[in-house]
Structures are given as structure tokens and as C-alpha cells.
Design a protein around this ligand. Structure first.
Ligand code: FNR
Length: 372
């Protein structure tokens, strides 16, 4: 269908299912084990309801914000998703270019199909990018990569901490990962030691260091001055450790349901993290010094606004952009961002919030989310 008939982010998934190569669909859409967690990521947002305010002159509403101090046209960033060329020959470049047009930040994945430098080169002047880091067991490789990224102007280092081993994604495992695949990782020097027999995820993950530990955090802080954020924190105890370690924030995430099956959704974890960090360290959120991000299952601006109300600085969106470029290239991603833009305008008006800072905890009822 023409893009004008694509009305929301869910539509992209239904279209992509029809037009994407089977192998790409399997890799992008799959999640761990019985795929309960990926469904829960959506369901969790259904437990949070709004308490809108009325009569507040909402003629002008503005949902722009700052993420790690960088301007963003909306409290949304494009999160890291590997192997973009499985879905489209331009791969992650579709995301870089659309992000530029819409003034949002892209997180470049370690396992992008395009080379890191290609994605940095494609950014327009002033366009901020983050880097998602998988830590190599060969720390020299990681050090070089991180320092190169900083030199190239990357503004935040998101270390993925929920994937010492890749989750069991059976849809993907049923596909053989062919060596001649155009999406083959070319730039990461690890392709000579990969296991190609069980799908894309296993083939690309064999280099990830299972030994990564809290003890390594000072080393990361010693090799870079970029703000460091842990991606994949799933309880308040670890958020507190990250804060005490002097990190810049955490992404509360279960990796889009692709890692530990039955790990709670980010929005659920957010509630306990905000409560406990206030109780233990007197922090108030959103907080400039220690920022909370959430990802997983976000498909509507209303989902984003719930997370903001509960204390998140911004929210990551993954699969919808993959489905968008797999079906329509860069235009699809731009359309997805435009849909979010329009949804923000309407939802902010209906919520009675003129700016992001007017979105306060009292605007949601999250009482059906458990405390821990
Ligand atoms: C991911 N994600 C991910 N995360 C990461 O830290 N490094 C990576 O290489 C990838 N790769 C990846 C590939 C694909 C196909 C998907 C769908 C996801 C996880 C991603 O950053 C994010 O946590 C989730 O995608 C968010 O959930 P939604 O928005 O996809 O529901």
C-alpha cells in the first residue's frame, strides 16, 4: 500500500511480514523462547492509564526535549538493531538519513551491516549519534572501537549488558545463515570465528565477552570521556549500582524480548527504579545527571508519554523502523517518525501538557504495576 495508507507503527509490521525476505523477517521479528516477553512488552503499557488535565490552553504544544544534553525533536531515539541490510540494501543508512530529517538521535549498533564510518559520514553537520557497544573478549578491539567512535564525534556509549549469550530465537534459528549474505558483517573482524549453522543471531554473537563484570566499568571510564549508559538493566538494584559507579544512565530494557524470557518490560522496571533511587539516593526523575531510558514494545506516542510521566528521559524504538525501511526504505522511516510527531501533538493536547516538563507522574495511573 502507499505510505499515505500507513496510519500507525503497527501497520509497518503487517506490511513488512508480506514483503520482507523470510530470513529477514525471522531475524527481526523473532524473540526468545515462547515469545511471551515480547507480547508482555506491549501488554505492560496497557496497564498504565492517563489522568489528563483540562482547560489549559493547548494551542501551542512542544514535545522537543534533550537527551544526554543533546536536542531531540521528540523524546524518542532510534535504538540499535543489528543487520539492517537483511531488510534493505541501504541498511542502517535509512535510519541515519531519516533521523537527520526529523531531528532525532540514532544509536549505531556494533553489528550494523553498514560500516560504522559510513554511518557517521552520512550524518549531517550537528546530527548527534550514539553507539551501542557489544564488548569483545579482545579488549584491545573494544578500546580501539570506542576511542575511534569518540574521535568521530559519537555523543554517548550504550554498553549492552543483557546479552552475555544471545537468547534462543527459534524462528531465526530455523534459518541458515548463509556466508554470502549481503548483510554479512564486514567491518567487525569477528566473522572468521562465527558459527553459521543456527541463524543470524548465533552467527554474529560468538565474540561477545561473557566475562564482562561490574569490575570492568572503571576501565571503560578510563578509555573514554563519552557518557556511558548501560543498556539492558532490569531491576532497581543494578540501576543503583550504575548510579553509584558514576555512569550517565541506564536503559531499562529486555532487549525487545529477545534475551531472557520472562524478564519484565522496561516500563514495569521503570516504576521500581524511580521509587528506589528516590528512597536510597534522594534522586528525582527525570534527572539530568543520571538519565533513565526505556525500550521495548513502544508503538505509540502515548506509550512514550507514559514512560516520560513515570520518569524516563526518552524512549527507544526498534522494530517499527526496521519494518518501515524494509518495506519503504528511508521514506518509510520518515513516515514512521511523522506518525509519531502527529501522535505527540494530539496526545499532548488531550493530556493537557504543553511541554515535556509538564508531563508529571500525576498524569498517569500506574497502580497496577507492582512494586518490588
Ligand atoms: C535488537 N536489539 C539490539 N540491542 C543491542 O543492544 N544490540 C543489538 O545488536 C541489537 N540488535 C537487535 C536486532 C533486532 C532485529 C531487534 C528487533 C532488536 C534490541 C533493541 O536495541 C531494543 O532493545 C529493542 O528492539 C526494543 O524493542 P522494540 O522497539 O523492537 O519492541
Amino acid at each position: 500500500p502507499p505510505l499515505t495508507e500507513v496510519l500507525n507503527l503497527h501497520d509497518f509490521e503487517a506490511i513488512a511480514r508480506q514483503v520482507m525476505p523470510e530470513k529477514a523477517w525471522a531475524y527481526y521479528s523473532s524473540a526468545a523462547d515462547d515469545e511471551i516477553t515480547i507480547r508482555e512488552n506491549h501488554a505492560a503499557y496497557h496497564r498504565v492509564w492517563f489522568r489528563p488535565r483540562i482547560l489549559r490552553n493547548v494551542t501551542h504544544v512542544d514535545w522537543s526535549t534533550k537527551i544526554l544534553g543533546l536536542p531531540s525533536k521528540m523524546p524518542v531515539y532510534i535504538t540499535a538493531t543489528a543487520l539492517g541490510k537483511l531488510g534493505h540494501p541501504d541498511g542502517e543508512l535509512n535510519l541515519t538519513r531519516a533521523a537527520a530529517k526529523h531531528g532525532v538521535i540514532q544509536m549505531i549498533p556494533t553489528l550494523a551491516s553498514c560500516s560504522f564510518d559510513e554511518l557517521v559520514d552520512a550524518a549531517v553537520p550537528g546530527q548527534a549519534q550514539f553507539l551501542q557497544l557489544y564488548v569483545n573478549s579482545d579488549r584491545e578491539i573494544t578500546k580501539k572501537f570506542v576511542q575511534h567512535a569518540e574521535k568521530r564525534g559519537i555523543k554517548g556509549l550504550f554498553i549492552t549488558v543483557d546479552a552475555p549469550q544471545l537468547g534462543r530465537r527459534e524462528k531465526d534459528m530455523r534459518m541458515k545463515f548463509e556466508a554470502e549474505d549481503p548483510a554479512e558483517v564486514t567491518d567487525n573482524k569477528q566473522q572468521d570465528r562465527v558459527d553459521r549453522s543456527q541463524g543470524a543471531a548465533r552467527a554474529i554473537s560468538s565474540f561477545i565477552d561473557t566475562g564482562l563484570d561490574w569490575k570492568d566499568i572503571p576501565w571503560f571510564q578510563s578509555i573514554t570521556t563519552m557518557p556511558i549508559i548501560l543498556k539492558g538493566v532490569q531491576c532497581w538494584e543494578d540501576a543503583l549500582l550504575a548510579y553509584d559507579a558514576g555512569l550517565a544512565g541506564v536503559v531499562l530494557s529486555n532487549h525487545g524480548g529477545r534475551q531472557l524470557e520472562f524478564s519484565r518490560s522496561g516500563i514495569e522496571t521503570l516504576v521500581e527504579v524511580v521509587t528506589k533511587l528516590k528512597e536510597k539516593r534522594g534522586l528525582a526523575f527525570p534527572n539530568e545527571k543520571f538519565q533513565l531510558f526505556v525500550d521495548g514494545g513502544v508503538r505509540r506516542a502515548s506509550d512514550v508519554l507514559k514512560a516520560i510521566a513515570l520518569g524516563a528521559t526518552a524512549v527507544g524504538v526498534g522494530r517499527p523502523f526496521l519494518y518501515a525501511f524494509s518495506s519503504y526504505g528511508q521514506d518509510g522511516v520518515e513516515h514512521a517518525l511523522q506518525i509519531l510527531h502527529d501522535e505527540f501533538e494530539m496526545n499532548m493536547r488531550l493530556l493537557g501538557a504543553r511541554t515535556i516538563s509538564e508531563i508529571v507522574p500525576e498524569m498517569v495511573d500506574a497502580s497496577s504495576i507492582h512494586q518490588h
